[in-house]
Design a protein around this ligand. Structure first.
Ligand code: BYC
Length: 318
């Protein structure tokens, strides 16, 4: 069903949202909607790019050729996700180089989760299981987000994230059937990543300034707390099957609610991390800035090539 053009662009926008149809780049949209989309897509793109670092840290030390090939492919997928997302943001009239500048000067956020260190190879498995698991929970509903280019990018991203989640779980299954030292590594990594994974969904609903408007515009389809609960419910049986303990003494099934109850997240830690004071914030940004500077010659060569080609096309048309 398509929404018929209307005399008032605002009416067309509202009717498109109400009919669960997509807003496309050529459509009129309120400035607040455009700004929210740029904010969310840019932050998401930055997260994918910064998210290459914690796992990239283990590429040269993966314990076998097979594990190295899998990890390389996964990290390359994250780069691809970043690129689709920067392209989706550009459909809103912003420039990728400005977004990158905002990231490396700390003016735009990226996910809190990537400010934690990867201390052992078990972290690679736990990131796949918990971090990609949380990402899937958060991003599958975004495939129905109201902004067309974002929703379409999300479909492919989610397919790849599902593969990432499975590779993490398979790695952990293998380690759990290994030696006691390997099982201890998995438990230690789970202890460190569990709470930061719950923080990925954002602040509690009553402290989330953007949720109400983003839900009204159908950018977000569920609140932060709804998705966090969904993630906990999905993950507890997976932890049981794996044989690891989730580090929360308050975690228990609540038959009345039909959900797991869980303990209080330390929101002061979350606030510190998103304000720039997490364990690895400075390192992540410094690394990103260095990589950006190292790539300057590639960007210069690519734009010189594009300019030359445009000149040739112009000459041929004369
Ligand atoms: N970390 O009003 P709220 C991945 C900010 S990539 C940092 O609830 P909103 C993956 C929020 O931006 C993971 N900041 O905001 C990649 C806002 O600040 P501003 C990234 C956070 O937008 C590689 C303020 O807190 N995923 O999965 O309605 C390998 C108030 O929050 C965080 C996405 O980006 C956080 N965790 O909801 C593996 C998904 N949470 O901007 C995996 C798309 C909140 O007003 N994004 N903030 O200054 C979203 O779904 C939503 O933007 C959020 C936040 C749920 C994250």
């Amino acid at each position: 069903m398509t929404v018929e053009p209307m005399a008032e662009p605002r009416d067309h926008f509202e009717a498109t949202i109400a009919a669960d149809q997509r807003i496309e780049p050529r459509d009129w949209m309120p400035e607040g909607y455009r700004k929210t989309m740029v904010r969310q897509i840019a932050q998401h793109a930055h997260s994918e790019i910064i998210g290459m670092q914690p796992e990239g840290n283990w590429i040269t030390r993966a314990p076998s050729l097979r594990r190295k090939a899998i990890l390389l492919a996964k990290v390359q997928d994250e780069a691809g996700h970043g690129l689709y997302l920067y392209s989706a943001a550009e459909t809103l009239g912003v420039d990728r180089s400005d977004l990158v500048e905002k990231l490396i000067t700390g003016r735009q956020k990226y996910s809190s989760i990537f400010n934690y260190p990867t201390l052992s190879f078990a972290d690679v498995g736990v990131i796949g299981w918990l971090v990609d698991g949380a990402a899937i929970c958060n991003q599958v509903p975004l495939c129905r987000s109201s902004y067309g280019p974002y929703a379409r990018a999300m479909i492919r991203i989610c397919k790849e994230e599902s593969f990432h989640q499975r590779q993490g779980y398979e790695l952990l299954m293998t380690m759990m059937s290994g030696t006691q030292a390997q099982r201890d590594m998995v438990q230690d990594a789970t202890n460190r990543w569990w709470w930061p994974s719950l923080m990925m969904f954002g602040p509690p609903d009553e402290e989330s300034p953007n949720t109400a408007q983003s839900m009204a515009w159908k950018i977000k389809r569920h609140t932060n707390d709804e998705l966090r609960q969904r993630f906990v419910d999905m993950t507890v049986p997976q932890a049981d099957k794996l044989g690891v303990t989730l580090p929360d003494p308050d975690l228990r099934w609540n038959a009345e609610r039909g959900h797991y109850d869980f303990g209080a997240v330390d929101w002061s830690e979350f606030k510190r991390v998103i304000a720039g004071d997490g364990p690895c914030n400075a390192e992540r940004i410094a690394h990103r800035r260095r990589a950006h500077e190292d790539g300057a010659w590639v960007r210069a060569a690519a734009s010189a090539h594009a300019a030359k080609r445009a000149e040739r096309v112009k000459e041929a048309a004369r």
